[in-house]
Design a protein around this ligand. Structure first.
Ligand SMILES: C[S@@+](CC[C@H](N)C(=O)[O-])C[C@H]1O[C@@H](n2cnc3c(N)ncnc32)[C@H](O)[C@@H]1O
Length: 293
């Protein structure tokens, strides 16, 4: 079966997970090409097999170039230590979830490779076949995701107003993306877990040192984000992930491009990094595991 057909089949099979982004009612797949609700709000599937459930397009700074750079960096192993920890935490928690098949949502999935890697690992290591749903505002990211892995469900949507039904997900992943704890809690079932990844204190500190030598962005603390998480979810586990990433010459440009840290950095400072080169960067994350209170 062609990739696009496979992606459409997945959406059709699991259309019961969706609710209308306009009125909240149930959605059904009509003629294999649109999701339609009882009030006739209609959303067409793209030819490549994803669905756009935004009411109007949203302009985001996460453009094709940034997301392609992120994918290159991901493919070169930058996130591998993180994904090993996330998948071990998932294996531990999933044993306690009885939903079958379990649905996993990645809220703010970007170009989709994390969800793809994690589900592949779960299939291999636990012999389970969860349903994977990736949601992002950036259409370019979702287009890359569906091309790469048409066995999962990919949609352009706002994580602050998820077009998904209450209590249908066993896991919500939220990796280096903004959170909406009200929405995450709503779509999780009673035993469901939220895994959020935030940057650690030293994440890309080498870039911060050059970019922000003369302002307080030079240092970073995730304490406020963690406190906010713990106000909305019961923090049941917390794990730091620390590694060093060797920056091959051809990976420097994608590395600088993929991080929002470089968004407002003057050209001269970027040039400075290219001139001097960068041998290694620190990759520190913190994984937070939460349950509904
Ligand atoms: C730093 S990227 C992380 C992407 C991916 N999780 C990763 O680790 O590579 C942040 C992502 O959050 C997405 N995003 C930001 N606000 C969003 C919203 N309200 N709804 C859905 N996605 C959002 C952006 O489009 C972007 O893809």
């Amino acid at each position: 079966m062609r990739k696009a057909e496979r992606a459409k089949e997945q959406l059709k099979k699991y259309s019961h997970l969706f609710s209308c982004p306009v009125c909240g009612s149930d959605m059904t797949m009509v003629e294999g090409k649109s999701l339609v609700c009882g009030n006739r709000h209609n959303f067409d599937l793209a030819k490549s097999g994803y669905i756009n459930l935004l009411q109007r397009p949203v302009k985001t700074q996460y453009d094709r170039e940034l997301l392609a750079a992120r994918k290159l960096v991901a493919n070169s192993g930058f996130f591998t230590p993180l994904l090993s920890v996330v998948s071990a935490l998932l294996r531990e928690r999933i044993g306690q979830i009885t939903q079958s098949p379990m649905a996993i949502l990645d809220a703010g999935c970007g170009e989709g490779s994390h969800l793809s890697v994690l589900i592949t690992r779960l299939r291999r290591e636990m012999e389970i076949s969860p349903i994977g749903v990736g949601v992002d505002l950036a259409r370019e990211g979702i287009q890359m995701a569906v091309k790469n892995d048409p066995d999962l469900i990919w949609c352009v949507a706002d994580l602050a107003k998820l077009p998904l039904k209450n209590g249908r997900f066993g896991v919500v992943l939220n990796i280096l993306s903004p959170a909406n704890y009200g929405e995450f809690s709503r779509v999780l079932n009673a035993e469901g877990v939220l895994l959020k990844v935030v940057p650690g204190k030293k994440y890309l500190t080498e870039l911060r040192t050059v970019f922000f030598a003369d302002n307080d962005q030079k240092t970073y603390s995730n304490e406020r984000v963690i406190r906010h998480f713990a106000k909305h979810f019961q923090l049941v586990a917390q794990q730091k992930v620390f590694s060093r990433f060797s920056v091959e010459e051809e990976m420097l440009r994608p590395l600088l491009k993929m991080t929002p840290l470089s968004w407002h950095v003057p050209k001269e400072k970027m040039e400075q990094v290219f001139r001097k080169g960068l041998k290694e960067v620190t990759v520190e994350f913190e994984v937070l595991v939460g349950q509904k209170t």
